[in-house]
Design a protein. Sequence first.
Length: 125
Amino acid sequence: MANIILICEDEEFVARSYIRKLELEGFSVKHARNGQGALDMMKGGDVDLVLLDLMMPLKSGFDVLAEIQNSNDESFKKVPIIVASNLGQKSDIEEAKRLGAVDFIVKSNVSLKELVEKIRKYINK
């Protein structure tokens, strides 16, 4: 069975690029357009990794990370989360990692190929 990647991204062009590349690489992909949607989809328990934007409507990526960290649901907390953002300040990276992100990429600095390699690194542990 294919690993399920949840992409939490409100920019349609970026989301479509990620979805197309990940499906070509054999992943199943779910797409949430905001932080609340991501949390709702994760509660189903069938997501293997989350690719999380920080700047989104309803709930930011930081809000999503904080809510997961404060959850009592251990299966919820076990899902690796890679933050993919255009925010690249050291303070943003440190805050995301403090809140439980396993990795942080600046969208404009990472190719789709490199993104797939990062995802495989965290799924195939």
